[in-house]
Structures are given as C-alpha cells and as structure tokens.
Design a protein around this ligand. Structure first.
Ligand code: OGA
Ligand code: MN
Length: 296
C-alpha cells in the first residue's frame, strides 16, 4: 500500500496511512516521510503497535539519536526502559506505578505542560521527536502543537525586523523555574547552563522562517530580563492562538512525530494518579542556531 498523507489542520499536520512501522522503511519511503515532515511539520500515525527497538529504528531513518545526557535530573530515578535508547516521557517509576506527587522527577517532568521545543536547552537542539502512546491516560493528556512558521508569517513587518537577529538564552532552569522548581544540585546547575539560540530560524530545506520560542528561553541578549521576557511572552501568546494550534487526542498505539525546528508543543494536565506511558525517540539536530559564547 502506498503512503498517503491527509492534512488535518489549516496550516500543518498530516495524517499518514499506508505504512507499517514494525517494518524497515525503503529509501523511498523514508524520503517521502522526511518530505512530509518538511511540509506538514507534524505527522500522525495510527495503529502502530511497535516495540522500543522498532520505534528507534524508524527514528534513525531521519538522523542520529540524540544523546539524552543533560536533559533531566536522572540521578534520582532509575531508568525504567530497556536498551533501545528512548526517552521516558511517562508518569511512571521503575515499579511501573505513577510517581508520587512530591517526587522530584515528577515535579520536573511537569515542565512538559509548558509550550516548548525539545532540547532547545542544548547547543545543538533536536531535529525530530517521535512519541509513541503505549498507555493513554483516561483524563486529559492531550498534546498540542503550534505551527511556528505560520505564526512567524502572521507577524507585522515591524516586529519581524525587530526580532530578526535576536539571540535568546535557553535553559531547563528557566522553564522549570517559571513553575517554582528552583532547587538544583551543583552538578545540575553545570549541566543546565544556558545556551544561545536565534529567535528566528530558517528551515534548511524549504527556507521558511519560524519563531524559535520555547519556555526554556529566559533571556534575550541585549535586553534586561523583564524586557526580554515580556517580548517572549507576547510572541508566545501570538504563536499559540487557536489559529496556529492542533490538538492531538491520543489513542493507544498512535505515534506522532514533529519537527522541533518549526513547531512548539505542550502536554495538557492529566490525572497523575493514573498511568500514562509515552515513549520518545529523539533525532539529533546537526548544527547550532547561534554561535555559543559565554552567557551574559
Ligand atoms: C515530549 C513531550 C508531551 C507529552 O515528549 O517531548 O513534551 O504529550 N511530551 O507527553
Ligand atoms: Mn517535549
């Protein structure tokens, strides 16, 4: 069966049929999916009952696996999953039960409820993320995506000129800090040191510009902290209007992949006493968006 892609939202998001992710892709199929990602920025696959290894093998069609080091406070938590190299985005501990409400890992993971682009806190941020639903939460837990190209296009010319060359500092301590998670070990502070990202980035294939926003962004270079944060808030408010947002309601065995270079996403609050098992394969980016100098 041939691959078909049906657009689900005015600006972006394609629903893919005709592909079985348990099987290796041909070169042509991988190229078709990559082209679909460039165009739709988010692709939705239904009914994909895959193993961790199959999920990672599918992801590796699009680049290298991102090294997960530095992305979480892993020290406190034993890694729950096997050797495939997936990020555990569930609310579960190693015993398979929901984490305690006061668990530090749980509190840190709640940061995924803020709009963000994966790994914008890394000097070389992520390219694609592929999230597979293994257990769906009975209440809440929709994931929302915002098209940052359409949001950029809709800015007025004056704003486009103002932000064209701005550089932001991104850190996990900014996103978590905005929720009141403020205590870090010396090792974590070192790991979470801010990195620099352009505020406007250009897609390497089709050349469209997008707003590179993320709740990890906490400072704009050359601006005071409040002035910079207000600009980022205004832009985020603009970019996440319903017009630019697709809401994904999960069914078990859905796989959704997104391009972190052209979208933001967030998960909505859900019943944390019930399991939600989501697993992510992350494809590494290939270049920084800005030269890295010491933070201001
Ligand atoms: C992620 C993420 C949202 C979700 O995997 O990067 O933000 O729905 N997940 O769990
Ligand atoms: Mn994420």
């Amino acid at each position: 069966m041939a691959i078909a892609i049906r657009q689900l939202h005015k600006h972006f998001v394609g629903e893919v049929s005709g592909l079985d992710l348990r099987k290796a892709l041909t070169k042509d199929e991988a190229a078709e999916i990559e082209a679909g990602m460039d165009r739709y920025a988010v692709l939705v696959f239904h009914g994909q009952d895959i193993t961790d290894d199959q999920q990672m093998a599918f992801a590796l069609n699009f680049g290298e696996r991102e090294n997960p080091r530095g992305g979480n406070i892993t020290k406190d938590k034993e890694y729950r999953l096997g050797s495939a190299g997936l990020n555990d985005v569930s609310n579960l501990g190693k015993d398979g039960r929901p984490l305690a409400p006061d668990s530090r890992v749980h509190l840190f993971n709640l940061g995924n409820c803020l709009w963000h682009s994966d790994s914008s806190f890394r000097a070389i941020p992520a390219k694609f993320s592929l999230l597979s639903a293994r257990v769906v939460n009975p209440k809440g837990g929709n994931t929302e995506f915002a098209d940052m190209r359409a949001a950029y296009d809709a800015l007025d010319e004056e704003t486009k000129v103002e932000i064209e060359d701005l550089i932001c500092e991104h850190s996990l301590m900014y996103s978590r800090g905005s929720l009141g998670f403020l205590d870090y070990t010396a090792e974590e502070k070192e790991m979470f040191k801010p990195v620099l990202q352009r505020l406007v980035r250009t897609h390497p294939v089709h050349g469209r510009k997008s707003l590179y926003l993320s709740s990890h962004a906490g400072k704009v270079r050359g601006m005071s902290m409040p002035e910079g944060r207000l600009l980022l808030r205004d832009l985020t408010e603009h970019a996440t209007q319903p017009e630019f947002v697709y809401v994904h309601k999960w069914t078990v065995h859905d796989l959704v992949m997104w391009d972190n270079r052209q979208t933001m996403h967030r998960v909505r609050r859900y019943d944390q006493s019930q399991p939600r098992d989501m697993r992510r394969a992350t494809v590494a980016g290939t270049m920084p968006t800005a030269a890295q100098e010491a933070a201001e």
